[in-house]
Design a protein. Sequence first.
Length: 290
Amino acid sequence: MGAHNSKSPGTINEKKKTKNKSNDPMYCNEEFDNASFHHFLFKNVWGKSYSAPIDEMLKAGGRVLDVGCSTGSFLLDCAVEFPKSEFVGIDISPIFPTQIKPTNVTFQIHDIRKPFPFEDESFDFIHLGFIRNYISIESWKLVTIPEILRILKPGGWVEFMESNNQLINSGEETTKFFIKFYSYLPNFIIIPFECYQETINSFNETLENITTKEITIGWNMFGYETPIDLAYEIISNLFSTLNRLSENNSKTQKDLEIISKKIKEECIKNKTESKIFRIYAQKKKIINTN
């Protein structure tokens, strides 16, 4: 379920910035809440913020880059846990914190479709989360991946976290909601997950120890009436995004409650699930250039 066209898109934050005035305090607060929710949700279901074997490096002190960092939730969380490491985030939209943040975190405004503003082999770990929906296949293959490999140190790790944009056992209301949601993303090219994997594997002369892990998330995994109502939270976040992307923000909190109740009931009845993937790989210490 996705929207495809030939226009060259930016990141999701570029779209939001253009249409929704990202300097609006209410907008920024909502974005921060949504991004924080997603970060800690996936940290909870995976057990940690990343899967690559980088614990010792982070404890000793390494340099980490988050590409398309959004509000910086991933970096801010890791920075507190690993105070000896340096954390850098880049995103086209300046919705990340600029004043109240750990001293070992910095942010830069940057369009990831363009060459990265960093020296060769300057990062020990590079993280990318859910960006394939918001850049073109051409940018992904010709700019983003080559730039990541350029600035990654030999022996360093890169990790991607993505979904395959598919729901398993979704009901009628759930399907209708997502079709409508994606219809408001006309400027985005969603890179097929298979193409995403193939691109990473195609750099096997530079990367080794390529590992793919997947986890299935049940939309009622926390139960129907628990403090963390996953189905409601996901729909709530997407609903607010849909309201901002649509031409008239006519949807109300009451609409959200009605729609989310229907979808939640479907998710529980049908046991709706989706898959989240993490792909991580290590840059070879000696690269064969023959």
